[in-house]
Write a protein that binds this ligand. Sequence first.
Ligand SMILES: [Zn+2]
Length: 243
Amino acid sequence: MEKENKKGLDPDFNDILPEEEYIEEQKPRPIWQTLLLTGVAIMVILGLLWLSGGRQAFFYRKTPPIKEKELQSILEAEKIVVPLNIIVFRNTGNLGSQRDAANIVLLVENASRIWAQADITLSIRVVYSIETSDETISQFFKTPSLLAKDIPQFDRTSFNLFLVRSLGGINGIAFSGIKSLAVADFTTVYDFRATAHEIGHLLSLSHTDESINRLMFRGANGMELTEGEVMAAYAFALELFGK
Ligand SMILES: [Zn+2]
């Protein structure tokens, strides 16, 4: 009976403390102790959720269909079009992308609005969907330069944008050697910002730690390019895609 009453007073810890605790305890638990134990229990539960893959649910999201505002040109130079050959790896497993055509167009348009500050326009050349297994997708990202040549849709005259559901915890990645980038469906920053950031790498830019507002800052939503970055990227794009 005593045990039942204690349980009734303190229902949160029925599953955590051994039964004996309730029987032996004489006085009611002080409130500070209850709060402390509640805090510990919440942290343990959050930790377990994090470890069991809840991490994705907490921080990795699909970007909502927002329209990014076009950034002001810094150089006021003639526009260069950077063609994108888009390859969407699809399946119903864990790695196949679920993006539809409208979502892909929005992704590229928003990334292009960021690159407007360097007078660079991203333009979709073609979108291919490739049905393939999770195993093939993860193998591809381990050795992209070896496997790209086996993909008939791969285009050496464009930047190749690979779209997948997940990249094992990163938002995007650039493979400069094969002029390619990959972006996940679920990202911790806006997907178009991740795309624009990786395009920055393909256009010769490196990371900066100077300000979170910068496009080349890691893992944030900054979109600014410096005049130096704009000039370097523009010159690189001109070399690759200028007429
Ligand atoms: Zn980067």
